[in-house]
Design a protein around this ligand. Structure first.
Ligand code: ADP
Ligand code: DP6
Ligand code: CO
Length: 342
């Protein structure tokens, strides 16, 4: 059951504590590049599908301890990964006008740092759990803006199904919102070719692209056009156009990275094999389209009623890989909450 801060939790909980769940989202028009690193303002808008699979569950508890404790998968985070969370909690403390320390206990079902959107589900869940634990009752837009400060893509995992993140020009105007898509039932099969964390984070990969790729200006010029085309295709419930635009946009994002100095390349031979497989399946009449993010794992977009067949066909061709079948899922939600009074 989902509980809002106004409803008493029926599950055991303590004051100043909240548990939130958020799903990963996969972009169909990609976010790649910040024009403001501090506020995480992107150069371009983006659009994604929130999945119904592999969520992050995060509990935030206020404590009397002298320092924040951050656990991921039961183990303490250290270094940059830890400070990324504690700086985020600093933002929440400032918003709430409070200074208690917290324990953050987070579990990802999706592999972390493998280009499968763990930072999206991770910071969407953290934004909701932390803001609630500190007694804030943020609306979805404010929550999206807050999640954005942890990881840009997290701004979109706040919402059900398809979400568009408006690039905006400042902290207030850069937020995501849901895109109604009547008649368009999307599915996706995520392949897990390599679950290990990438060697270049999304953050570093996009910074290098912005700073050094001569192709990046073309990305900034072109992406708004593709976003408009995508929104129009969604309005017409035109699956073929949605898939075609998504696949092309992903390839163009990787083209900008390949132009960086040194090049940023997230795909390997297994990724290319999957791209060929998608083209072959499509040739055989199973309409599907490939997309890839900052990692080697290919995601395949299809109609919702084709997910099972697509997963079967992928496993027939590649019996040793992992697959995660998914459809449109829900945005971030609370599982338990007992906001702390100030
Ligand atoms: P991904 O492709 O998985 O989104 P990123 O490079 O964007 O990879 O981000 C990975 C980083 O996001 C991790 O190294 C960690 O710092 C952070 N992260 C992932 N999941 C969580 C989580 N549940 N809670 C806090 N931080 C997380
Ligand atoms: C390729 O949101 O992970 O997945 O804002 O630095 O945390 P930070 O980056 P992140 O970048 C995601 C990039 C992408 C495309 C997308 O999800 O739109
Ligand atoms: Co990420």
């Amino acid at each position: 059951m989902t509980l809002t801060p106004q409803q008493p939790a029926t599950t055991a909980s303590e004051e100043g504590s909240a548990t939130a769940l958020a799903n990963p989202n996969i972009a169909l028009v990609k976010y790649w590049g910040k024009r403001d690193e501090a506020l995480i303002l992107p150069w371009t808008g983006s659009l994604s599908l929130t999945l119904d699979a592999a969520p992050t569950t995060t509990t935030v508890r206020l404590t009397d301890a002298p320092d924040d404790v951050v656990l991921l998968g039961g183990r303490p985070l250290e270094g940059t990964a830890r400070s990324r969370v504690t700086r985020f909690i600093d933002l929440v403390r400032a918003l709430a006008g409070r200074d208690e320390r917290v324990t953050v206990d987070s579990h990802n079902e999706i592999p972390t740092g493998a280009g499968l959107a763990s930072s999206a589900s991770g910071f969407a869940a953290l934004a909701l759990a932390a803001s609630t634990a500190f007694g804030l009752d943020l609306d979805r837009r404010a929550l999206s803006r807050l999640a954005r400060r942890g990881s840009g893509s997290a701004s979109r995992s706040i919402f059900d199904g398809i979400a568009v993140w408006h690039a905006g020009h400042d902290d207030e105007s850069s937020f995501a919102e849901a895109v109604p898509a009547p008649g368009l039932e999307l599915g996706m099969v995520l392949t897990v070719l390599d679950a290990r964390a990438k060697s270049v984070s999304s953050r570093d990969g996009m910074r290098r692209t912005v700073d050094t790729s001569p192709y990046y200006p073309a990305w900034v010029e072109r992406t708004p056009v593709e976003l408009e085309e995508m929104l129009a295709a969604i309005t017409r419930a035109d699956f073929t156009a949605v898939g075609t635009i998504a696949e092309r946009n992903a390839m163009r994002m990787h083209a900008t990275m390949l132009g960086a100095e040194p090049p940023v390349r997230y795909w390997g031979p297994a990724s290319v094999e999957l791209l060929d497989l998608v083209a072959n399946l499509r040739g055989d009449g199973l309409e599907c389209y490939a997309t890839m993010d900052a990692g080697p794992n290919v995601k395949i977009l299809c109609r919702a009623d084709a997910v099972d067949e697509l997963a079967t066909r992928i496993l027939e061709a590649q019996p040793d890989i992992g697959v995660i079948p998914a459809r449109a899922g829900r945005g971030a939600r609370l599982i338990t909450s007992e906001p702390g009074g100030s």
